[in-house]
Design a protein around this ligand. Sequence first.
Ligand code: SF4
Ligand code: SF4
Length: 385
Amino acid sequence: MKVSVVPCNSYDPTQAEAALRQALEPLGGLDWVTPGMTVAVKANLVTFLKPEAAATTHPVLLCALVKLLKERGARVIVGDSPGGLYTKVYLDRIYGVTGMKAVEEAGGELNRDFEIKDASFPDAKEAKAFTYTGWLDHADAIVDFCKLKTHGMMAMSGAAKNMFGVVPGTAKPEYHYRYPDPDRFADMILDLNDYFKPILSITDGVVGMEGNGPTAGTPRKIGVIIASDSPHAADLIGADLIGLKAEDVPTLQAAVRRGLIPKTPEELDVVGDWKPFIVPDYQRVETTHSLRFNKESHTFFGRISSTFMDKALASKPVLNPDECIGCRECFKICPAKAIEMVNKKPIINRKNCIRCFCCQEFCPKGALKVKRTWIAKLLIKENKN
Ligand code: SF4
Ligand code: SF4
């Protein structure tokens, strides 16, 4: 397991390509590519946002990767299944807004195979049977190319979380409903990573998203590209850059539990010094995973483990009515049917809400924010002291 971190100051095509080449070098470059091979690049194309919104993998970096893979004689297909429909019309619109047409100009293909398949994975911890996007079956290898962002439910969206995009958008709410607990959701994500085994994970951390991520946050320059043969190792470095520890991120906690990564980035084999790129005031989402993690510890607060406390500690989506345009997207996406529209504003039934943050993720105006409860705020302050 190796991680490579290189500086990349901008999305200037020449600079981005040079940085990507440099990032891949310590991992053996692209020596695993053989002529005629089909490589699927799983990008993050979460929703209808332009590249400068910093919610999606930047097209300049994807084009650079396409070029490098084509040089090796590979056929390259770039795709994703964001939230919403998994159809040609819907994805063509996503490709258009997110700047993916450039991928075709660079010699790559955009996925237009919308077959949905079922997988059986008996060795999985959670995802023993799941639905996935069939285009990945045509690939000899999968490259996971994510964006470094904050995330309402999972604290961070990076390489591991990006693989949730193998589940068709239409089925995603069902998965949130099936795995409402962040730890179980994280284990499901790890199962998907284990099943599809991306050969390479690359993180677009040139400009990340801070604040109300993963779609309504603010672009924030970080200035790096991370590459690794392990999505979890790449995420451990990515988390450190944006002020998160393994205990703050359920997918990292799960990877530590499975022995896939150490607890700290310092224990990884990293080529390139990432410390100068840490953004100390990176705006995080108000999650409470570190408190949940401490249930296993021997601290006073760590021993508080009742279901009551879990509920009392869990962050929740809160509406800023002034930003809401009454579009009903939150109402439509809510897997728990916990939202009722009253006078064109969403009212969340807290008893039914499973805190999946789909409403926050897909609100086009960022009107829903992740908020900690007062008791979680108190405990987090206490833990810091
Ligand atoms: S209200 Fe929002 S966070 Fe709660 S279940 Fe619905 S989509 Fe998920
Ligand atoms: S998705 Fe956002 S803007 Fe639309 S109704 Fe819900 S809160 Fe309001």
